[in-house]
Design a protein. Structure first.
Lengths: 254, 391
């Protein structure tokens, strides 16, 4: 055995450091997903989502995964999440061209005759699970409510189908489910996140652009993400305090 | 996508509030306006409008009874609407609808009509036989005390109810405006002017409706129209309309001058999709023309017959204008995307639940109810039978 003390110490040091790093990473992974305990404690979490615009490639995986996971009607005009494609042309930056064919469900066809210098990017959209949700405020019977862990949900057995919440949502995140005649929206995959899983959209995203975040967990990578990125929310002027945080969000996005 | 221009959020394809929701503020507006006209006589002692006092009250009742119907028909689950009374969400502007409505119906209109008609109800009860006797007995709640003291008390209570009724009518319709005016997501709606404008336009439409009904019913009954009454109503209509129009224009000028982000979308809409309903029907035919006609009657002398024709034309156009205003608020507010990047359109169907046919039925229903109410509670003091009864 031709191992001297020096190489042993180097190897052992590397081993200890790597295991330490791996265990730290594993901790982060575990904390990034919610408590796996069966007795889920809603008061121990405060759910949010981070979306990295620079990572989104417009695959539409999230839209498809969401439709399948949540049994969203396969019709136009009914999306819990969708992807928009923005084109900002150098000669007319004031008027972005935006499209979202079938909500981005089937991906995006290449743009023909793109003028040089055009900025093109994708923006995934979903319910912002606002802290001051206008939709929760306006529901006449409290069928739309905010869970203790910060998720805006709908009790379909109470919803009147008055559509006031659809009007009140500034982000266009709600639709009426023609099967139940009640409102429907993103639940942040509540059935999954309370089981320790991430959302269907985040799981299906091939580039990791979407990440579920637990703002109450000090070990959640979201804090590092927020610290090291320039994050922004949609329509902050409306003071709804959205909890979907975008990295690299262009000012043109509405 | 057909009917869509530019970009709208994918969920905005479906228009949420249909023509039925246009009818709702239109109907409650007529209620509030008719009541305000009635209160002119009762509280402000404008004796000239006395011939329309009871007609105005009954009109208000007929329209109020129908007002919740379009809302009910619009709900995805109408059978659950009662839960708004049982478990209202106190933060919701809409949750108070049932209470405001019931207060106005039961504590104001029904009570006022009852106290006002009590003497005649008792006299009819006494004078009739058979089923009619039982019916009127029930209407009087089997209380036949019409001594001078009791009638004096009725009069005092009626006056108090009207005084309470005026702010209630303001509440009823101002509240309707608040429901849309408080939606901050929608710049077309979101303005504190909304309740005020709704209220003023309500008064305008209610006065116009009662004026038209008075002329129409006088014609049906072959009775002479009390021109002093008609002139007075038209004058009030004119002044209320000026205030209403000024406020609406103030709102418009304010938007144009502030020119915030939403203006481009709204401005485009007014020039395209809402051009006919907003510029032509609401502002032109529905406001400027009737205002001009009413101004003419104030400035120039016309014969009675010509004034009647001018008033009727102005009244009809006013109702068209106010209906267009409700349309432009409710439907117009949904034609642009909340992204401000595109527009959608509204196509009204014909014979399903939330379309033209039910809307027409709902518009006809108050007149049928009014016809029944006019039989049960005859409002006319110039009928010989009535004079006989009251003698």
């Amino acid at each position: 055995m031709d191992q001297d003390r020096r190489s042993f110490l180097t190897g052992a040091g590397k081993f200890i450091m790597l295991t330490g790093a791996a265990s730290l990473a594993w901790d982060a992974v575990l904390n990034g997903t919610p408590d796996q305990a069966p007795n889920y404690d809603a008061t121990a979490h405060w759910w949010a989502m981070t979306i990295d615009v620079d990572r989104c490639i417009g695959s539409g995986n999230c839209v498809r995964a969401c439709k399948i996971e949540n049994n969203v009607p396969d019709e136009p005009g009914m999306f819990r999440t969708w992807v928009e494609r923005y084109q900002i042309r150098p000669d007319d930056p004031e008027h972005p061209i935006v499209d979202s064919p079938n909500g981005g469900h089937d991906g995006f066809a290449p743009i023909k005759d793109l003028p040089p210098g055009t900025k093109v990017f994708f923006v995934p959209k979903m319910c912002n699970h606002c802290v001051h949700s206008p939709c929760v405020q306006v529901c006449p019977v409290g069928a739309t409510f905010e869970s203790p862990d910060g998720v805006v949900l709908v009790d379909k057995s109470r919803c009147l189908g008055c559509r006031y919440c659809v009007q009140a949502c500034p982000y266009g995140c709600r639709y009426i489910d023609p099967r139940t005649h009640t409102v429907d929206k993103c639940t942040l995959c509540y059935h999954r996140i309370t089981q320790g899983l991430t959302t269907a959209c985040a799981e299906a995203c091939p580039t990791g652009a979407r990440r579920l975040a637990d703002l109450k967990s000090p070990k959640d990578p979201v804090h590092e993400f927020m610290r090291t990125h320039k994050v922004h929310v949609l329509k902050p002027q409306l003071a709804t305090r959205p909890k979907v945080y975008y990295n690299a969000l262009d000012g043109a996005v509405r | 996508m057909p009917g869509v221009e530019g970009f709208i959020y994918p969920n905005e394809v479906e228009l949420q509030w249909s023509v039925l929701i246009v009818l709702y503020p239109f109907l409650t507006g007529l209620v509030a306006g008719a009541f305000i006209l009635a209160s002119l006589e009762r509280v402000f002692n404008v004796a000239a409008v006395r011939p329309t006092y009871r007609l105005a009250l009954l009109t208000a009742l007929a329209f109020l009874l129908v007002a919740p119907l379009p809302l009910q028909m619009h709900l995805g689950h109408p059978e659950r609407s009662f839960s708004m009374y049982l478990t209202p969400h106190r933060e919701s502007a809409m949750a108070m609808f049932g209470f405001v409505y019931l207060w106005y119906l039961m504590a104001v209109l029904v009570l006022e009509i009852w106290f006002d008609y009590r003497r005649e109800l008792v006299l009819t009860w006494r004078a009739s036989r058979g089923l009619k006797r039982h019916f009127y007995g029930a209407l009087t709640l089997w209380s036949d005390n019409i001594s001078p003291e009791a009638l004096h008390l009725d009069e005092r209570i009626g006056r108090i109810i009207t005084i309470v009724g005026i702010p209630s009518a303001f509440l009823l319709h101002g509240y309707v405006g608040f429901i849309s005016g408080s939606v901050k997501a929608n710049p077309w709606w979101s303005t504190p002017m909304m309740p005020v404008v709704f209220l003023l336009s309500a008064i305008v439409s209610g006065i116009a409706a009662v004026m038209l009904l008075y002329v129409f019913l006088s014609w049906v009954r072959r009775r002479a129209i009390d021109m002093l009454c008609l002139d007075t109503i038209a004058t009030y209509l004119f002044y209320a309309f000026i205030i209403d129009f000024s406020l609406e224009m103030l709102d418009l000028v304010h938007r144009l001058y502030e020119a915030d982000e939403s203006l481009k979308a709204l401005d485009f809409m007014v020039h395209t999709r809402l051009f006919v309903s907003q510029i032509v029907l609401q502002i032109g035919l529905g406001t400027l023309v009737p205002l001009g006609l009413l101004a003419l009657t104030q400035l120039m002398r016309f014969s009675d017959a010509r004034r009647r024709r001018l008033y009727v034309t102005a009244g009809l156009l006013t109702l068209v204008g106010i209906f267009a205003m409700r349309w432009n608020v409710v439907i117009g507010g949904q034609l642009f995307s909340k992204s401000f990047l595109g527009y959608t359109s509204y196509k009204m169907g014909f014979a399903t639940r939330e379309v033209l046919l039910p809307a027409l039925a709902i518009m006809v229903l108050p007149f049928i109810i009014l016809a029944v109410l006019l039989r049960i509670f005859p409002p006319w003091e110039d009928e010989p039978a009535k004079a006989e009864l009251l003698r």
